[in-house]
Design a protein around this ligand. Structure first.
Ligand code: PLP
Length: 281
């Protein structure tokens, strides 16, 4: 059976779902997106995800007239029609359809599409990452559908059999991964992650994990760190909605700590998965 997709108000078999040639998302990457994990029909952190979508849309001046609650109902209906119990929903909003021109006409009607994928969190016993220059634009806080910099970096890492690319800015600091936030744990057991700015996406998993750390008395700092600090760290990991908490055991072929997932990342993995199991919105 084909998956069911949602295209501008209509649920239909994904094999038949189409977007127009002159959709500005297709021609310019002119739009924003979100990815929300669900388990046992519960959406994980749906409100912050939808709020971030509206924030991204507002930053690029796209106005979508659908309330958060109406959006949640549509997402739940899509999940119900697909009969999946665990996976993620991909939501995309583009500026609309008009003859190709960099200047967009006023009053375009945004195009909202949604699809679902069935996945379960993989247990990663530790992954390798490779650094790549961060060649992206200067508004990485916007979850833009234009992801060429991320795509090229992740493929460069994949060609070396890496799981992810950790992106390095012009001053030598790690900003984030191509599709996740980046973290290290120093020798004093302090968890460190890059502070929020327009250089990175403010990950919903990141924010949730900071709260979990607060609640569990785990020390953390939001500050910049380099590749050398990562190599000298005792642990490292990455976070995203589709991957949860993934231990990183090697960077550019060099072991981090013992080269095995450490106690703090294991604790954070467990705490986050426990949160997912009890999330109910
Ligand atoms: N940073 C980038 C560039 C991403 O693409 C993602 C997720 O796709 C993240 C961070 C993590 O964000 P979240 O935890 O909201 O999934």
């Amino acid at each position: 059976m084909s998956r069911i997709a949602y295209v501008n108000g209509i649920f239909m078999p994904q094999d038949h779902a189409m977007v127009k040639m002159e959709d500005r998302g297709y021609q310019f990457g002119d739009g924003a997106y979100e990815v929300i994990y669900f388990k046992d029909l519960h959406l994980v952190d749906s409100i912050p995800h939808i709020e971030r979508l509206y924030k991204s849309l507002s930053a690029i001046k796209i106005q979508l007239d659908i309330s958060t609650q109406a959006m949640i109902l549509k997402i739940k209906e899509l999940i119900r029609q697909n009969k999946y119990t665990e996976g993620f929903v991909y939501l995309q909003v583009t500026r609309g359809i008009s003859p190709r021109d960099h200047v967009y006409p006023e009053g375009l009607k945004p195009v909202l599409t949604m699809s679902v994928r069935k996945i379960t969190y993989q247990h990663h016993s530790g992954v390798d990452v490779f650094t790549e220059p961060d060649l992206r634009w200067q508004r990485n806080d916007v979850k833009s559908i234009a992801l060429l910099g991320n795509v090229l970096a992740k493929n460069a890492a994949a060609q070396q059999k890496g799981f992810e690319a950790w992106l390095v800015d012009k001053d030598g600091y790690i900003t984030e991964a191509s599709a996740a936030n980046a973290w290290i744990v120093d020798k004093n057991k302090t968890v460190i992650t890059t502070p929020i700015s327009n250089q990175i996406l403010c990950g919903i998993t990141r924010q949730r994990l900071l709260k979990i750390m607060n609640d569990n008395g785990i020390k953390y700092q939001e500050r910049k760190f380099t590749e050398t600090e990562t190599r000298e760290a005792s642990e490292a990991f990455l976070t995203s909605s589709t991957k949860a908490v993934v231990p990183v055991c090697k960077i550019n072929g060099k072991k981090i700590g013992t080269g095995e997932p450490g106690p703090i990342v294991k604790q954070l993995q467990n705490l986050y998965l426990k949160f997912v199991d009890t999330a109910s919105n």
